[in-house]
Write a protein that binds this ligand. Structure first.
Ligand SMILES: [Fe+2]
Length: 502
């Protein structure tokens, strides 16, 4: 895990240094701001704003001005300042803007080398909202598809946050995961191993106009999954890290450093963290990869499968999770979760592999401990990434309770390959049926469509509205009619669902 001192964030607030609008060269000219702007980790009184400058010379250090306003014309900047960035942090810029009002929209921009950045829109965490709205996303593989789902999210009215559950990038060489036939070929043209490799890949992803638009439109709350480092990563290794690829620890450090450089997240020694939204919701973001995950086992008959020493979260994070839930006064406790928590019996789908050993089903001792703990709390809502499929489930953990312990909404991939794209449409449809027939708590499984869901939290109800993009292999495809599911306050049951005609 990185240390705070490894980052050069200069928060020198210099009121009076704000750029003048007459200095704007050309609003359509991105100047040195080729990777757009972003914001994230909203608190009641502060939010992170982010950008990157492309310097004339990599030896330079670059001064970047920033300003935040309540309106997009920046007639009067509420607060402004300047930071200095350099090659040590890949010319990224991150400012933790303080002294803001809760639940308030803000606009921000940067200026460097005589050019203004694009204008970003963001929002602080709402303390007294009647309703909160989040987009929930995961798994965006640049090579396999266009980020049209990000474009659609960018077009939505200002959200409380976009919650990204990981696989923001993929580490593979071109064609290493899917193919390159649509011409979006991974850079650098080999698997990511070094700091320079990871930085180049993030720069490529951030050159995507749909991803830039999404970041500029809403605050972001992100957690990594495995591919930000390497496939099926855990604290001391990964399925996609071999001995001839050098030191795993060095690779992990490079991946983590790049993540903190490029993502609009607050600097901290731990990635797991929580966000309060008044009495309505708390969003608890878990790190299920690098903090405490022990090595996977190869099968459920491994003698260590049920060992209490095997862990997804690690002791510190597990204890933090419990105390956070216990101390929360929020109605909805939303857990940002990388891999599926609810039981899934996949015996009929994959007879050789009756449990997904990379998910919580692969870490049964710790899963049971979490399940026993959450049994005493209402309104535990898991939002989950990772699977490249949509799931709407009641949270059954049969070893602990046959009654639901909450609900779980799994979000589809933005653009990473789905089951049908691996196995064909007929097979994927058969899988959907088998999953649902042998797991009655799964109320909806969709293994074939890409998109995201909007989560709306109100006192009486939590609603997940799933949106699907009709074709990710061409740019700017349409979004189909959404499907909507909800759960009522105090009743962890998907009571009704509709396929809307709107
Ligand atoms: Fe993924």
């Amino acid at each position: 895990m990185k240390s705070l001192s490894s980052f050069l964030i200069v928060l020198a607030v210099l009121i009076g240094c704000s750029p003048k609008s007459t200095d704007v060269k050309e609003q359509t000219d991105p100047g040195p701001f080729l990777h757009g702007v972003a914001s994230g980790d909203p608190l009641y009184d502060r939010v992170i704003i982010w950008t990157r400058v492309t310097p004339e010379s990599p030896a330079d250090s670059v001064v970047v001005f920033w300003e935040v306003s309540e309106n997009q014309w920046f007639k009067s900047s509420l607060i402004s300042g300047q930071v200095v960035t350099d090659a040590g942090r890949d010319f990224t810029v991150k400012v933790d803007v303080a002294n803001l009002q809760s639940g308030t929209p803000y606009y921000y921009r940067f200026k460097s080398a005589g050019s203004f950045s694009p204008i970003g829109r963001t929002k602080t965490a709402a303390q007294n909202a009647d309703s909160l709205r989040f987009a929930v996303v995961s798994c965006s593989n640049y090579e396999w598809g266009y980020f049209t789902a990000y474009q659609k999210i960018a077009e939505k009215e200002l959200l409380d946050a976009v919650v990204h559950l990981g696989d923001y990038i993929y580490e593979y060489a071109p064609g290493g995961y899917g193919d390159t036939t649509i011409g979006r070929k991974h850079e650098p043209p080999h698997e990511l191993l070094t700091l320079s490799d990871y930085r180049t890949r993030y720069a490529q992803y951030r050159s995507d106009p749909d991803l830039q638009a999404m970041h500029a439109s809403h605050p972001f709350i992100a957690i990594w999954d495995d591919h930000e480092i390497a496939n099926d990563v855990y604290t001391s290794g990964a399925q996609n890290h071999q001995a001839n690829e050098g030191s795993f620890e060095e690779r992990k450090r490079a991946a983590v450093q790049t993540y903190y450089e490029w993502m609009p997240i607050r600097e901290a020694d731990k990635l797991y963290r929580s966000f309060e939204f008044g009495e309505l919701a708390e969003l608890i973001m878990l790190d299920e990869r690098l903090e405490g995950r022990t090595a996977p086992v190869a099968s459920i008959s491994d003698e260590n499968f049920n060992s209490p020493d095997r862990s997804m979260l690690g002791a510190d994070q597990l204890s933090w999770l419990k105390s956070t839930i216990e101390g929360s006064e929020a109605r909805w406790k939303v857990i940002g979760n990388q891999v599926i928590f609810s039981d899934i019996n996949q015996t009929m789908v994959f007879p050789d592999n009756p449990k997904n050993l990379d998910s919580w089903d692969g870490y049964p001792a710790e899963k049971k401990e979490v399940a026993r703990f959450i049994k005493d709390f209402d309104n535990i809502l898991w939002v989950t990434g990772d699977t490249h499929a949509s799931w709407v489930m009641e949270t059954i953990v049969a070893d602990v309770s046959l009654a639901p312990l909450g609900v779980e909404f799994g979000t589809p991939s933005i653009s990473s390959a789905n089951y049908d794209e691996y196995s064909g449409l007929d097979t994927a449809r058969m899988y959907e049926n088998l999953f649902q027939n042998f797991n009655p708590h799964i109320k909806y499984a969709n293994l074939t469509e890409h998109g995201y869901f909007l989560l709306t939290l109100q006192k009486e109800r939590a609603t997940a509205r799933y949106y699907f993009v009709e074709n990710i292999r061409v740019p700017n495809a349409a979004e189909g009619k959404p499907k909507e599911f909800w759960v009522n306050d105090g009743a962890p049951v998907i009571k009704q669902y509709n396929v809307y005609g709107f």
